[in-house]
Write a protein that binds this ligand. Sequence first.
Ligand SMILES: [Zn+2]
Length: 157
Amino acid sequence: MTLKLGKGHREAILGHGARDYPSECCGLLLGKVEGDEKHVAEVVPLKNLRHEASLAQELLPVDNPGRETEKNRFLIDPLEQLRVEKDARARGLDVVGYYHSHPDHPARPSNYDREHAWLRYSYVIISVERGSPKDLTSWVLAEDRSAFAPEQIERAD
Ligand SMILES: [Zn+2]
């Protein structure tokens, strides 16, 4: 699969990462799968529910809440995601992927990212170094969930 990402969408993701630094940002990629290409039509920023530590801990507990915070974990609000998905479907769009940022860490998926990923979707990760967005990469989970493989990104415009 190739992820087709417009310049504006790329800038929207990088901008969100810079804005939310030093916390992790997250969001959805809406679009269409055509053949072996995923075309991104919209980038939807979501709030990182890890900012609300007690609610987040109820929804998806972390092993070490003192160390695993919004600065190195993200959690999408399931209700917000449902709302966005429903609205997208009404406009003929699907969720084709997710994005999140790694503040002061490389744009590579962590073990935590792999354990919480689903098959088929693109996982875009951006690195934000001292507040400035740097690299943007995309990853797809292997069928046996053992690893993420890098996904090719092409400019769509
Ligand atoms: Zn991550």
